[in-house]
Design a protein around this ligand. Structure first.
Ligand code: HEM
Length: 528
């Protein structure tokens, strides 16, 4: 009788009932039955909560990685949590599992397509987004350009641009007839590192330091805009890839930026193919030369488009990250004046000529300096990159079934490595994991593991530009600290309150500091 009554209902009502019942079954299955009774991952310690919306609201309303810090301390080094509709996620902070993912079996853990969609428009399909065999070929072709020897040859460029930055601030102070002013250092550092990657990477002077309005800098400004609508759309894009087709401002900005970046990259590679001199030391010149050699030997080489995409990758991956790292370092030195003074003392001991307005401009002398000589500075930079990792997390998706830290992990599982969580775990760093303490690097725990430091990731998918970035950071900090003192600008909020994540973990309003020229008597004290 009930079946007959149901069949007599109007078609629209039958459809509405059927749809509602199917939805209910779907939700109950994916939010409850599958995660707790069927999923292979049900054995992994799970963050409590209702899988229908999971930990989503906690994640979007807090600094990226901070909930994971808490979960790992409460539930263990491998935890499962949920995105909406029972979508399972793993967060990994287990030494063996990190080793397995990054070093032993990295090609089973590519970046998921949805994560690449946003990046590919700005970074091109270079080595960062290539997977499997194409990645191996590209990485091998690019590695000589990033060797320690190549970076040493490029270091004079790092010094020259760092010095130019300090001189431009001096010029602004002279014009304003002051020895102290508030400066938003992140924007300046972004232009400096953009110019450095332009010259060191491609032998091209982008000159954004002296010309802030240059289109390529504007393109990156647009890409990383933090207005409310961009933030919302960016969040949505992680779940609904089709949002990239919406006629929204963020999408228009990204398209416009892509056009500018791509046309600059094409121009650079075309010029390199037309004339590359034997003495050119920039990274792309080395790669073009190596490519020609491989072509002559009949080996697989990189196509024009692949080279262009590498240039886009280096431009994007190579400037904003380092600028953000240096900006956070300057901020941390401004909030820890005693550490700032200790670094300055170390610089004075080794390179007192940098404190003299005349001798500091001797670029030849500067070029001979080895920034790696300063042990305490090394500790400070590493500690800053630990304390606030510019890339706070990375996401992967398994291709084939695997085992991580004793748990079975099926194919297509989404797995996160949160540097911003791992770097603050007492299990890796001891009880003072939450303290900014450069001296910790001289007193690491006896069971310290390299996987506790994920700023550059590890293994074949780790940052190819690590040495480049470390050297560049030190050159910048040395030049700036030998000319200026940095204090917190008390007219603005502490930038640590406003960490925003869009690939890079940056302060929403930049890093504004009170920047003061070092006193003349201070220079006299070091005998210059
Ligand atoms: C402090 C500065 C930097 C940080 C924190 C950083 C961090 C990282 C991280 C975490 C990755 C792995 C991303 C992932 O696979 O999810 C990566 C990859 C990469 N980075 Fe960096 N990076 C920095 C500077 C640079 C510089 C200066 C360059 C180039 C000049 C560069 C070029 C690259 C490239 C090409 C990759 C892709 C490597 C591959 O997949 O084989 N990075 N970086």
């Amino acid at each position: 009788v009930a079946a007959q009554k149901f069949a007599d209902l109007p078609a629209g009502t039958v459809f509405a009932y059927s749809f509602s019942i199917s939805m209910l079954i779907y939700l109950v299955y994916w939010s409850y039955i599958f995660p707790y009774y069927i999923s292979t991952l049900r054995k992994v310690p799970t963050v409590p909560g209702f899988p229908l919306w999971g930990q989503f609201f906690t994640i979007i309303s807090t600094e990226v990685g901070t909930p994971n810090r808490e979960w790992h301390q409460k539930y263990g080094p491998i935890v499962r949590y949920f995105f909406p509709f029972g979508a399972e996620r793993l967060s990994i902070a287990d030494d063996d599992a990190l080793n397995h993912m990054c070093i032993k079996n990295p090609y089973n853990y590519p970046k998921p397509d949805r994560a690449k969609q946003w990046m590919v428009r700005v970074l091109g399909e270079g080595v960062l987004l290539a997977e499997g065999n194409p990645h191996k070929i590209q990485r091998k072709a690019l590695s000589p350009g990033f060797s320690i020897q190549s970076i040493k040859a490029l270091t004079p460029i790092f010094w020259r641009k760092s010095l130019l930055l300090s001189k431009l601030w001096e010029r602004d102070m002279l014009v304003a007839k002051t020895k102290s002013m508030s400066i938003e250092v992140l924007e300046w550092l972004n232009r400096t590192t953009l110019d450095i990657i332009g010259e060191a990477g491609f032998g091209t002077d982008l000159d954004s330091l002296e010309h802030p309005e240059t289109p390529i800098r504007e393109a990156y400004r647009l890409v990383f805009a933090f207005d409310i609508s961009s933030r919302m759309l960016h969040g949505l894009a992680a779940f609904i890839p089709l949002t990239k087709y919406l006629p929204a401002k963020m999408n228009r900005d990204i398209l416009q930026s892509r056009r500018i970046i791509m046309s600059k990259a094409t121009e650079i590679v075309r010029q390199k193919h037309q004339k590359t001199h034997a003495k050119d030391k920039d990274i792309i010149a080395l790669i073009v030369k190596d490519n020609m050699r491989m072509e002559a030997a009949g080996e697989t080489t990189l196509s024009f488009d692949t080279m262009r995409d590498q240039v886009m990758t280096f431009l994007g991956a190579g400037h904003d990250t380092t600028a953000t790292g240096v900006a956070w370092t300057i901020h941390l030195l401004s909030t820890h004046p005693e550490i700032q003074e200790r670094v300055r003392e170390e610089i004075k001991q080794h390179y007192s000529f940098l404190f003299d307005p005349v001798t500091r401009n001797d670029v030849d002398r500067l070029s001979k300096l080895d920034a790696d000589n300063l042990h305490y500075l090394d500790n400070v930079c590493r500690e800053s990159l630990r304390y606030i990792p510019p890339i706070p997390m990375t996401v992967r998706e398994t291709i084939a079934d695997d085992r991580l830290g004793g748990y079975d992990v099926p194919a297509k599982t989404t797995v996160y490595i949160h540097a911003n969580a791992i770097h603050r775990l007492p299990s890796f760093w001891g009880d003072n994991a939450d303290v900014f303490d450069p001296d910790r690097w001289d007193n690491l725990p006896a069971d310290h593991t390299t996987n506790a430091f994920m700023t550059f990731l590890q293994g074949p998918r780790g940052c190819i530009g690590k040495k480049f970035a470390e050297t560049e950071m030190k050159c910048l900090v040395i030049c700036l600290l030998s000319m200026y003192r940095f204090e917190r600008d008390l007219n603005v909020d502490n930038p640590e309150m406003w960490k925003m994540w869009r690939s890079v973990l940056r302060p929403r309003d930049g890093v504004s500091c009170k920047v003061t020229m070092l006193d003349e008597d201070e220079k006299a004290a070091v005998g210059v």
